[in-house]
Design a protein around this ligand. Structure first.
Ligand code: PMP
Length: 448
């Protein structure tokens, strides 16, 4: 299939984009635009006809099944023909959202049989925050309103998810954020100096205990965290971190929300990343890979006990118009079928292996502090000094990403000093090798 003839020239499209579209993550002064018009597998094409290898999962850590899956379009068309939408707020429901709920309960950890749908990840986090508060409130503890999250954690862009997010820059000029949110330190093994020489988990558990004590143990509703930090730079915690955090929380009657918006559906080599890290969460937020991006959909999955308490009685979780959208749910089901049939969950580990091999020479370069690979997700931490591990100023990672695209036709993303890759889980071995080789070439040209 060729790139369709565009009714508008690439120049004009880029001009129109500059004139009409707000790109919230693009700094005001930048005039760069790259208009993507087609995709197949792990490749996309821009309006100028440039072929680009998508190492970002459509720019946002998803596209598990790859671009251009016409069969998913057929499923959507069939569903639109049958029923495009009807509210599922109250006594109404639809068959697709029921089928998907059943399917999710077989993929999620045991005992997660309740689901509350949303249109995306931030909304799932907002609903999870409301759900844990409502849970405590209904059980006679209305003062349990505080949420503990972590610096460098990413939880979304709404006021709820955004307030839990541990990057201050996202709040500049739009504060104040949600009250009753406290941030603790993240587990970041590459920077042991953050923990003053103490073993990382010992430090973090002590800090968590102190924080709970300061807020008042009977006032904390839940802690939220990504099993593996994504936007923070693909950071895997030490193996004892989540089990020990969970133990502290349980001792104080505090719930745990695993934000699996990025890590779910194979991204890190399993359907969900929280069980194998000993998180034992009470609520799991999910989105992105649930449809591979073919339709906007998110969900807060709940342990039965939590779901049963918040699903009835007084008080309100409220809801979104598009909760359980039948077209979104139908495409999610078909997407999960593809992930399963094509073995994309184990394939994620294989992709990680290819990328680890290909990127091995990068780990030796003066500007590289660490190459982290978790499933099919990579974070390359750039450093100004390998001995002190002082981070490279963020513009350097951005320039690496730009160079990768311009010189090699490879799309990656920069998060602070980290170059991140989260490709579709259909990436071929040759494509992984090409991306890795290009990355090593660009990074080897960096001075320190
Ligand atoms: N949680 C995590 C861990 C995320 O990475 C993201 C998005 N990158 C979100 C929540 C928010 O999801 P959305 O952008 O779909 O609202």
């Amino acid at each position: 299939q060729a790139t369709p003839a565009l009714s508008t020239s690439p120049d004009e499209l880029e001009d129109l984009d500059r004139r009409h579209l707000i790109h919230p993550l693009l700094s005001g002064g930048s005039t760069d635009r790259c208009v993507i018009v087609r995709g197949k597998g792990s490749t996309v094409w821009d309006a100028r006809g440039n072929e680009l290898l998508d190492m970002t999962g459509a720019g946002n850590w998803l596209a598990q099944v790859g671009h251009g899956r016409v069969e998913l379009g057929e499923v959507m068309a069939e569903q639109v023909g049958r029923l495009s939408y009807f509210t599922s707020f109250s006594e109404f429901s639809n068959d697709q959202s029921i089928q998907l709920a059943k399917r999710l309960s077989t993929l999620a950890p045991e005992g997660f049989n309740r689901v509350l749908y949303t249109s995306g990840g931030s909304e799932a986090v907002d609903m999870a925050i409301k759900a844990v508060r409502l849970y405590h409130s209904r059980r006679g503890e209305p003062d349990r309103t505080w949420i503990i999250s972590r610096q460098m954690g990413y939880h979304g862009s709404t006021y709820g998810g955004g307030s839990a997010t541990g990057f201050d820059f996202v709040h500049h000029g739009v504060g104040p954020t949600l009250p009753h949110v406290r941030k603790v330190s993240p587990p970041f093994p590459f920077h042991p100096e953050m923990y003053g020489g103490e073993p990382i988990t010992d430090f973090l558990v002590r800090e968590l205990e102190q924080t709970i004590e300061e807020i008042g143990p009977g006032r904390v509703a839940a802690m939220i965290g990504e099993p593996v930090m994504g936007g923070g730079g693909v950071v895997e915690p030490p193996p004892d971190y989540w089990p020990r955090v969970r133990e502290v929380l349980s001792r104080h009657g505090i719930l745990l929300i695993a934000d699996e918006v990025v890590t779910g559906y194979g991204r890190t080599g399993s359907w969900f990343a929280s069980p194998e890290r000993g998180m034992a969460p009470d609520v799991i937020t999910t989105a992105k890979g649930i449809t591979s991006g073919y339709a906007p959909l998110g969900a807060a999955l709940m342990r039965d006990e939590i779901g049963d308490v918040v699903g009835g009685g007084d008080g309100f979780l409220h809801g979104f118009t598009y909760c359980g959208h039948p077209v979104g749910c139908a495409v999610a089901l078909a997407n999960l079928d593809i992930i399963e049939k094509e073995g994309l969950v184990p394939r994620s580990l294989l992709i990680g292996k290819w990328l680890r091999q290909g990127l091995a020479p990068a780990a030796e370069l003066p500007a590289v502090g660490e190459v982290r690979v978790t499933g099919a997700t990579v974070g390359i931490e750039l450093v100004a000094n390998r001995t002190t591990r002082e981070p490279m100023p963020p513009p350097v990672a951005s320039s690496v990403v730009k160079e990768l695209q311009q010189a090699h036709g490879v799309i990656a993303r920069a998060y602070g000093p980290v170059v991140v890759m989260a490709p579709p889980l259909v990436l071929e071995e040759g494509e992984a090798a090409r991306a890795a080789e290009a990355t090593v070439e660009v990074l080897s040209r960096l001075g320190t």
